[in-house]
Design a protein around this ligand. Structure first.
Ligand SMILES: NC(=O)c1ccc[n+]([C@@H]2O[C@H](COP(=O)([O-])OP(=O)(O)OC[C@H]3O[C@@H](n4cnc5c(N)ncnc54)[C@H](O)[C@@H]3O)[C@@H](O)[C@H]2O)c1
Length: 332
């Protein structure tokens, strides 16, 4: 019997020596490259005869998937999988798994950080410190108004793993909580003691809105001009989910025209965003470079979880989280 072959098409780790050791111990042949922006031809050169294809950001479109002649399991290194044509993967009878649970705490922490950075105007405070030091006297005028969070309303849109973690972290701040998640099960509502509300209601009533939905056809530009116009003039919008969920052009306009007060944004429709994206130059926006997932702990957690999926495959078990459970996984 031929050995199982696994490939990694592209990666964020500094090197893959640890994976090499793990796969060697499992008796799995292993090859890898750094094809983040690779052409279909380059990706297929590496992966066409692999049983398991592990992908970070490389584009797995229908053309690439059609050329993966031996692939039985594709694993996305991460939570979102908008770079993978799941319908094409499923049509080719390839099981597709992902790692939805490696950075829940980190993304929630980043959302909370952005909420506070906006609310307490962190970047402006830092600038005022430098201005004051240069002047030899406190310069405070540009900071007004600053509001307290306690007693205000927090709107969470998307109450899955990360949305619920944000709620847990924010509990000490005595905010009223409103949740929009049309797909939340009764069981989960009961578990968290929450009711869900329509998006418009949450947008109108919240002082802080934080987005934690997946990106799909339904959530593309979920927050656009009409939704931003519903929000309070003093409101803060935070998006650490996926770029396409918020229309950033509309958001820039909303901030410049004062429909809302501040925004904290980690994700962009085009990544990295163009240097002249207006939002990056908007003083009311605090923008971070899609790093919500980052921590040493999360970095090791995802590596271990991917190797765990490969180990399971070698032992004849399906992956931990299969996106297309309708595909019955074929083993080697
Ligand atoms: N910025 C980063 O580094 C980073 C890292 C990890 C995850 N993410 C993103 O965070 C988001 C949330 O991840 P998660 O693990 O909590 O996902 P999850 O699947 O656990 O939760 C998503 C929730 O959104 C809800 N939802 C779906 N459509 C909705 C809609 N139209 N309106 C309101 N709610 C809706 C779902 O019912 C679900 O409860 C995803 O977009 C993911 O890609 C970003």
């Amino acid at each position: 019997m031929t050995r199982v072959k696994a490939v990694i098409t592209d990666y964020v780790e500094q090197d893959l020596k640890w994976e090499e050791e793990q796969f060697k111990a499992l008796g799995v042949d292993f090859a890898y490259d750094q094809l983040k922006l690779g052409s279909p031809e380059q990706i297929l050169n590496l992966a066409k005869d692999a049983d398991i294809v592990i992908v970070n950001m490389a584009k797995m479109n229908a053309e690439v998937i059609a050329g993966l002649r031996r692939c039985k399991l594709m694993i996305r290194h991460g939570v979102g999988y908008d770079n993978v044509d799941v319908a094409a993967v499923t049509a080719r009878n390839i099981a597709f798994s992902y790692v939805p649970d490696y950075c829940v705490e980190e993304v929630a922490e980043q959302a909370v950080m952005l909420i506070f950075a906006c609310q307490r105007k962190l970047l402006l405070q830092n600038r005022l410190l430098h201005d004051s030091a240069a002047k030899g006297a406190w310069v405070f005028d540009p900071i007004y108004p600053v509001y307290r969070l306690s007693g205000k309303t927090l709107g969470i849109v998307g109450f899955g793993r990360i949305g619920a973690a944000v709620q847990r972290m924010m509990q000490g701040f005595r905010m009223r909580l409103l949740v929009c998640d049309p797909y939340l099960t009764d069981e989960r509502k009961k578990e968290y003691g929450i009711e869900t509300l329509p998006l418009d209601h949450v947008l109108k009533e919240s002082d802080v809105v934080t987005i934690h939905t997946p990106l799909n056809r339904e959530t593309h530009h979920l927050i656009d001009e009409p939704q931003l116009q519903l929000m309070k003039r003093s409101a803060i919008l935070v998006n650490t989910a996926r770029g396409g969920v918020v229309n950033l052009q509309a958001l820039d306009k909303a901030l410049r025209e004062g429909w809302i007060a501040h925004a904290g944004i980690d994700v962009y429709e085009k990544e990295p965003p163009d240097a002249d994206l207006p939002l990056l130059h908007n003083e009311r926006a605090i923008c971070t470079p899609h790093l919500s997932w980052l921590s040493e702990e999360a970095g090791w957690s995802i590596r271990e979880k991917i190797v765990e999926d490969v180990r399971r495959y070698v032992r004849g078990q399906g992956p931990r989280y299969q996106v297309n459970p309708e595909v019955k996984i074929r083993f080697h």
